[in-house]
Design a protein around this ligand. Structure first.
Ligand SMILES: Nc1ncnc2c1ncn2[C@@H]1O[C@H](COP(=O)(O)OP(=O)(O)OP(=O)(O)O)[C@@H](O)[C@H]1O
Ligand SMILES: [K+]
Ligand SMILES: [Mg+2]
Length: 690
């Protein structure tokens, strides 16, 4: 094949770590706050759209006194102040959203610029042509060589190479990517540091990991979660109710020959509708996603993150998730009466069509021993490993060579569980009890012996599972391996439950069973055989270095390929739910309090009997209205830090958490307006603004 392209963009390898202090972010956020005044953008937060419309109407009323029915008691100076604070209310909410977007965007932009102008070698027939990386589509095959950036997300179909994924993960130690097996997926904008790869592109323009990351933290493109939609509906409902409340005030005033200026009613409406949560809702959601992005987790939906906050059971694949997944052949053990060379030859033959890391490791192991004579490769029918059969092998010279999981090979040979010669059975048991994976080898219907595949449990995983338990999450290990190996690894890793000899169907069935009991289930996996389970789970976390099938089926991808990352995802999910709940409570309590703070002041002149209710003794109706509207706007700014940082949750159970939050945010929300509005009233009068 001809390779006649060498040009690649000279973009510097990005470290992926962008310095983004809030200080550097507020300037662009301020600008964005004005851009977001566009009603087409604001329509995503209906409460704020109502505020904007009210601000618009009030502005008109200020300058067109003729438009004010009644006696127009509102001075232009006061009208302008009210109109301004109404505009500020919208701007503050926009500013909160823009600030939340800022950090994620800065990082995504720097990643994007690294890939700008990138060229790729696309396979066209037997040749490779230079094309823009941005033009690559799903199914295109490209060749990437050492030193070059991989032009898009894809799957390795040929070759093995070391890849530096620092641009995406921030981790500079190179990782190995190879065709076949569970380490075949590559990510766009990461750099090959050795050899070459043939990659089949798996994402169309605009659908890459990077694009997804950006979409998560962009207010205008972000998809609302079902929880957010439900809350939106509640907020719209409350807005309509208060609209009605405010509209019916005028008849009451007229009845006593009074008249409430339209501007007052407009301002009153805004103070009463849930502007605090309406203004911060989007920022809370984006900030949550941003926390996730900073953990190097890509979510395809916010829904998965919220589900993580409520997850009950976590299913984990063993190999590659709990263990390093680098199962390597370490020994061959013959059955009684079988020659070492016979077993070796059968194991080698049975690995000819097996391009999994396990299969390759067997070939390598045997190559380091004495040379073996093999039949011509064109006479062989290769049988690749499948997770269904849990067998691999070859048919050659009329003989069938097979290797596979213990129960699978015994079943293939028509033998029972105790069909193994005692000596071999005890060897197999020894392998399994050590946490290794035994494979049986058969040829011509005869059991020849066993292969010992060794694997190592990832350090620190035990402590992480203990943390999960403390959060009330059950961990279940599901593995295609035999029960003894499974039990040995399970004991070492400290999981709560284990399912052995699992096929993809069995994994799926277990998830469905848990879901049928009304529980939310999370699943971590990396293999193609995990894909159905990842898709079925409420939270499917795929390892980025796993297979493309797993990455596609999952709704979360961990760029660091660390299954224990789920703990952090659960934490982020819980924080997101709690923060939204706390600020909703605060906002609603606030609005109720404002109602009682302002109404007596407004009606004092009209119904003097209401004076008894005037607890706050505000200076005048004018100062009451202005103080309320100023407080209403400033509270949004005051709560931006909490919305962005999230409510910290300690290891409290759900009940304690709820009580604590009701106390802080419910009671706090009720009291804050009384204190805040009174202080503002004193201040505004002292300043002579009213
Ligand atoms: N290349 C192979 N050839 C034959 N048998 C294999 C091969 N690789 C694995 N096996 C056997 O098939 C079983 C299932 O393997 P698979 O990779 O599907 O496991 P899994 O379901 O992903 O679970 P886990 O990854 O936790 O072991 C393994 O436990 C092993 O006994
Ligand atoms: K309000
Ligand atoms: Mg697996």
């Amino acid at each position: 094949m001809n390779v006649h392209v060498s040009a690649q963009s000279s973009a510097n390898p990005s470290s992926g770590k962008v310095q983004t202090h809030l200080g550097a972010l507020w300037r662009p956020a301020l600008r964005q706050a004005f851009v977001k005044l566009d009603p087409r953008q604001l329509v995503r937060s209906p409460v704020m759209l109502v505020v904007e419309l009210t601000a618009l109407v009030t502005s008109v009323l200020c300058f067109v006194p003729a438009a004010q029915p009644g006696d127009g008691q509102v001075s232009t100076a006061l009208g302008v102040q009210i109109a301004l604070w109404l505009w500020f209310t919208v701007l503050f909410a926009n500013f909160a959203e823009a600030l939340a977007e800022g950090r994620g965007k800065a990082r995504a932009d720097s990643l994007k610029s690294a890939g700008q102008g990138l060229m790729a070698r696309k396979r066209v027939g037997a040749q490779f042509h230079s094309v823009a990386a941005a033009s690559l589509r799903t199914g295109d095959v490209v060749r990437v060589e050492a030193g070059e950036l991989i032009p898009g997300d894809g799957e390795v179909i040929e070759g093995i190479a070391a890849v530096n994924e620092a641009a995406i993960t921030g981790e500079s130690a190179p990782v190995i990517r190879e065709s076949g097996g569970d380490r075949s997926a590559v990510t766009g904008n990461t750099r090959l540091v050795s050899d070459w790869l043939l990659v089949r592109i798996t994402a169309n323009p605009g659908e890459s990991t990077l694009d997804r990351m950006i979409a998560l933290v962009e207010g205008a493109r972000r998809q609302k979660t079902p929880n957010e939609v439900a809350l939106d509906i509640l907020l719209i409902g409350l807005t309509l109710i208060f609209l009605l409340v405010v509209a019916t005030l005028q008849p009451f005033a007229r009845f006593a020959d009074g008249n409430l200026p339209l501007i007052y009613l407009a301002a009153l409406l805004v103070t009463l509708i849930p502007t605090t949560i309406g203004g911060l809702l989007s920022a809370i959601g984006i900030a949550g996603m941003d926390r996730l992005v900073r953990l190097n987790v890509i979510a395809k939906s916010g829904r998965a993150v919220e589900a993580a906050g409520d997850v009950h059971t976590l299913l984990l694949d063993k190999t590659g998730t709990i263990t390093f997944g680098n199962r390597r052949c370490s020994a061959l053990l013959q059955a009684p009466g079988v020659a070492a060379a016979e077993l070796a030859r059968a194991a080698l033959l049975a690995s000819q069509g097996d391009d999994t890391p396990e299969g390759k490791s067997i070939v390598e192991y045997l190559a380091s021993l004495q040379p073996l004579a093999l039949p011509a490769p064109d006479g062989m029918r290769l049988i690749a490993f499948s997770a269904e059969t849990r067998l691999s092998g070859v048919d050659v010279d009329g003989l069938a060579y097979r290797k596979g999981a213990v129960d699978a090979v015994l079943a293939y040979l028509g033998l029972g569980r105790d069909g193994m010669p005692a000596a071999l059975a005890s060897e197999v048991e020894k392998i399994a009890k050590s946490g290794g994976t035994p494979l049986l080898v058969a040829a011509d219907g005869r059991l020849l012996g066993a292969i010992h595949l060794k694997d190592v449990v990832k350090p620190g995983i035990r402590e992480r599972f203990a943390e999960l338990r403390a959060m009330g999450i059950r961990t279940v290990m599901v593995t295609g391996d035999n029960p003894l190996t499974a039990a040995a690894i399970a004991a070492e890793a400290g999981v709560d439950d284990v399912i052995a000899e699992a096929t993809p169907q069995k994994k799926l069935a277990r998830i469905r069973a848990e879901q049928a009991e009304g529980k939310l289930v999370a699943m971590c996996g990396d293999g193609a055989n995990d894909a159905p389970a990842l898709a079925q789970a409420d939270v499917g976390l795929a390892m980025n270095d796993g297979t493309q099938a797993a990455r596609e089926a999952a709704n979360l991808v961990d760029l660091d390929s660390d299954p224990t990352k789920l703990i952090d995802v659960v934490q982020v999910g819980k924080e997101l739910l709690v923060t939204r709940g706390a600020l909703t409570t605060f906002s609603l309590a606030n609005d109720v309090a404002k109602y009682f703070a302002i109404l007596p002041a407004l009606f004092a002149g009209i119904y003097p009997q209401l004076g008894a209710l005037d607890l706050m003794q505000l200076h005048s109706p004018q100062s009451a209205i202005l103080s309320a509207i100023v407080f209403n706007a400033l509270i949004i700014v005051g709560l931006i830090p909490l919305a962005l940082r999230g409510v910290r949750i300690r290891a409290l159970d759900a009940g304690q958490l709820l009580r604590r939050n009701l106390l802080i945010y419910g009671l706090g929300g009720l009291l804050a307006p009384f204190v805040g509005i009174k202080l503002l009233d004193l201040l505004l009068v002292a300043l002579g603004w009213v």
